[in-house]
Design a protein. Structure first.
Length: 137
């Protein structure tokens, strides 16, 4: 006889899979499931810790990313000037943040000379992979 699941188990598994696919983003999960955010919160309470663990995993990833970001771009640092090795263009780092879908750290920077883009965003690891070097002044 095949193993069967209760309706509650099927619903829980579907919510868990959708939440994981959306990297713990509750708003996207609720929208994809076609339910309001409050209903999703109620289901998270009802179905227990395994659903909350997906959200906790995303929060942990965010904390780890913020730690890496603070190491590379200290909050108390003055504006960082960097030069792109290939083009020679100069840029000022204006800050950092997290890219929401996967909570990966990013660098926000702007060109020193007028350019067609006012603000650029790059993943932190790409920005510090050797393409940009710290200016002396």
């Amino acid at each position: 006889m095949p193993a069967t699941k209760t309706l509650a188990e099927v619903v829980r598994d579907h919510i868990l899979a959708t939440l994981a696919r959306n990297n713990g983003d509750r708003r996207k999960t609720a929208a994809e499931l076609g339910i309001c955010l409050k209903t999703l919160y109620n289901k998270l309470q009802r179905y227990g810790p395994e659903l909350r663990d997906v959200v906790a995993d995303k929060d942990l990833k965010r904390q780890e990313s913020l730690k890496v970001l603070e190491e590379k771009l200290p909050l108390d640092a003055t504006v960082h000037r960097r030069t792109h090795l290939k083009t020679g263009n100069k840029y000022s780092v204006v800050g950092g943040g997290l890219y929401e879908p996967d909570a990966s750290p990013v660098v926000l920077y702007t060109p020193v000379e007028p350019f067609k883009h006012e603000l650029w965003v790059r993943p932190l690891d790409v920005f510090f992979d050797g393409r940009f070097v710290q200016d002396k002044a």
